[in-house]
Design a protein around this ligand. Structure first.
Ligand code: PXL
Length: 280
């Protein structure tokens, strides 16, 4: 069988385990060739570090994709995470139409906000641009904060129920994507997980694990990368979404036990064997 290829488009945060430094090893561990398009190089990510460097690579996006077109490069999935500007969102949307074929999975993780707040680099205008990019995707993976920014709703904190969550999922799917996985969902103190929706089957599915206290940086990127790796291994949506939860939770658990500085991200490296086992 021919090996599958992902093209993932995100920044390189050199230190702090997020974006490309987690997407590459995780998708590779899933047996998928991982081609990258770095959108910026930062000395660290922007969450919790100060004084980081930022080299914008926006001007390289088009020449890189033009070169790939001359190669006739094909991809089974196009995957975006953290993107730096509205201009990048537009360039990436163009790249989607250049490389998308009938069976290509376009996955957009609108990595831009958490816990009711946009990350430091972003504003409302960017959030609406991200909504347009999500509209062009097959599957989107927002957390509740990102979903509410894109749908221009107030952030509900922990004050929501199943009807509210299913409304968010439906509205996100109405933007365009067939499948939505909403992360950071909790209906019960002590339990945290995901809600998944497939527009074609009109089914909502859930998966929860015990909540590990604390905020762990980069786990959204780990989750989306693991989800995509599982989907490309032909796992159905809820199975892929659950494998990605189990893998992410295992990484968080190790980091919680080690009590390391959380801005450096979570120890997913030691649980890659678990991920590979869950995929088999
Ligand atoms: O998705 C997390 C992430 C990725 N890349 C950069 C970030 C963050 C979160 O803050 O700052 C540069």
């Amino acid at each position: 069988m021919e090996q599958k290829r992902v093209i993932t488009i995100q920044d390189i945060s050199c230190v702090g385990r997020c974006s490309l430094t987690v997407a590459l090893p995780i998708i590779s561990a899933a047996g998928i060739e991982t081609s990258i398009l770095p959108t910026a190089i930062l000395s660290t990510h922007t969450g919790g570090f100060t004084g980081y460097t930022f080299r914008d690579l926006t001007d390289d996006i088009k020449p890189i994709s033009e070169h790939w077109k001359t190669l006739g490069l094909k991809a089974d999935a196009l995957y975006t995470g953290y993107l730096g500007s509205r201009e990048q969102l537009e360039l990436v949307e163009q790249l989607f139409s250049d490389f998308r074929e009938k069976t290509t999975i376009v996955l957009v993780d609108p990595a831009m906000a958490d816990q009711g707040q946009l990350y430091p680099a972003f504003d409302l205008d960017f959030a609406l641009g991200m909504r347009d990019l999500c509209a062009a995707a097959d599957i989107v993976v927002p957390n509740i904060t990102e979903a509410t920014f894109m749908l221009e709703k107030p952030y509900p904190g922990s004050d929501y129920d199943q009807t509210y969550v299913e409304g968010l999922l439906r509205e996100l799917a109405e933007l365009g994507p067939r499948q939505v996985v909403l992360t950071g969902v909790s209906f019960e103190v002590g339990k945290l997980g995901i809600a998944a929706y497939d527009k074609k089957t009109n089914r909502f599915e859930y998966y929860f694990r015990d909540h590990i206290e604390g905020y762990y940086h980069g786990t959204g990127d780990i989750y989306s990368s693991a989800l995509l790796g599982a989907l490309l291994n032909d796992k159905p949506l809820i199975e892929a979404a659950s494998i990605a939860v189990d893998f992410t939770v295992a990484a968080i658990q190790r980091t919680f036990d080690a009590d390391t500085d959380r801005k450096y991200g979570v120890d997913f490296e030691h649980v890659l064997p678990l991920y590979i086992k869950l995929l088999s």
